[in-house]
Ligand binder design. Sequence first.
Ligand SMILES: [Zn+2]
Length: 699
Amino acid sequence: MRPTDVVSSAWAETLQGINADIFKYSMVKPLPATWVEANMILPGNTSRFAGRFSYDMTPYWREPINHLHESSPVRYVTILKSVQIGATAGIVIPGILYIIAVDPDNTLFTAGDLTLAKKTIEERLDTILRESKLDSLIRPHAIKKGNQRTGDTAASKEYSGGTLTALGTRSADSFRYFSAKNAFVDDFDTAPRDVGGEGTVRDLIEGRQNSFGDSAKTFFISTPTFTASSNIWDQYQLGTQKKWHWPCYNCGSLMVMDWKVELEDKSLAGMVWTMDGKGRLTKGSVAFRCMHCGELTHEKDKYERNLNGIWQSMVAEPIDEYHESYSTNAIIQPTGFTGWEALVRQWLKANPPGQRSNVVLLKGFMNLRLGLPFEEQGDSPRATALMSNIGDYHHGVIPDKTCAADGNGKIILLTLACDLGGVMEQGNEDVRLDWELVAHAQTGATYSIDHGSIGTFKRAFEKKKGDVEDPDRKKWTYTHGSVWTNPETGLPENNCVWPVYEEIIKGAYRSEDENEDVRLVSLTVVDTGFFEKTATQFIINMQDQGLRVYGVKGRTDVKYRPVQRDTKPVRRSTEQPKKLYNLEVNQLKDDLSENMALQKGQDGAQPSGFMNFPQQNEGKYSYKGYFMQFEQEQKIIVKDGETVLGYAWKKKHSNAINHFWDVRVYILASVEIYLDLVRQSDTKYKNLTWEEFVIMITE
Ligand SMILES: [Zn+2]
């Protein structure tokens, strides 16, 4: 038996025991859900479900509210909720009514801020109290002559046996100064994460409820926000983590009511639908697919299936004792609110087929509709996924034919980028320049053309164990005009990386298509982060020859990417606007990791940003020498205390080798720089987008 079952069955036994005791029977308080259905009446003007309240519309709230009963050992109830799920009408208001009428004691109710809390009291609680003819229960504890105090305001209500106090969840003082046996903490995600040395808000509440012993009860309720900073998500993880299940009428199994369930064979269950040939949702195609047998359940059966629904814990052993946590989403919300088809349309807007997700819409959908916290994608790019994008073309050749056959139209740009590594110390110059050449198709898909390294420098951890250092190894340098004498031939040789890189920049690259002219590099970028002086000299040399070569450098004043997105990915340097661009590296890395995660559509169509690679040969595009470098960084959360400031990409460990990942970041920047140059070239191109640029040069 699972621990959660132990709790439930222990409680059931207690209840039975009490009920069996005929002498005590009349002393037993009714179960909250039963009492609420018998006594709570919703007024016609404020609720679309006027009249006597029934949990049949929201049967999933019966179990959580029943934990208010004195016989339930549960101390905490956490509700991770979507919007329109009826938690205020099914938990908060009836919970408060039950306490006032049946089991009175001091109660704290908090919502986002005090105004919101008062609004709920005035518009929801007060009207229902009157309609249910329970308003006579509200009366002042003491009536003094000439005192206007009625014991009944929006912020405070007095009743025999207790006081209800309304406050703002956002304010730590709400929990610091109020001692209440029962607390309904709504909008819990707005609560401060940390209350200056006093721990969490839950710690505060726990401290204030100490005198009530095991009988105190706290309900945490909220839609979640960001995973890393979500109070309600934290509490959900501590409890029993229950999800609502429907029975499947075909196979008899219980179906977890999740939006998307990926099965072992990669097929999907949960919400399913079909699209017509024009990329539109097929009307009437939305259904819920059983993850056990594939049977479809339709929305018209929602009411009836909900009535037969059941909560099931998703963990073998919860971390907290006596903590029930529940997760809900819009699939099961009452009929009359946003329906399945509208939900799927919202989902498709956030995840347009064949395109990048709209992060803002997706976050909204996850939080408000699925009741789940959201983390931006791309925390951990996978190289193996990238390797499945290896195509049939060969490196060193421009794959014009392949590109057209892939549905990506014409190749319109060829850009080259490099990352500089090594040491440049007096008497010890030993460097390596890693580079990649990439073709950009008009649809935004890319084709890697070639990659390589100039120089032989390796960090200590890059060397294999037992590697013997060759005393005669040719060491390379960034020093212009440097010469090295080959000990075997006694002849002088160039050992400066720049002339070699220059050859790649000036290369003429032939096409797969014999009718096409050779292609030249459209724009080259050089990393100037660490070896700025010699790199800048090289850039000047190249620009003097009329070549588009620019320096790139991560902004050193920006340590993370703020939670809100979308600053300019590249900016002309103020000191050297003609030579150098500053990069928003964390933003470009987000884009790169998103591109890495892109998949072809069912018809093989490649979304914008999709990365193609040539056949692996001559040691190029190997897992160890190339692809592995794309998964050496991870996205981490940057905090100030408990406040999430944003995200930053960091190496997974200090020995991680990630040159080609960096090179690809510069490649992404190279396209932005190219567009910036076009925009500067004429005022009529001032606001030119990639799409407009494509039209301009292809039509
Ligand atoms: Zn089934």
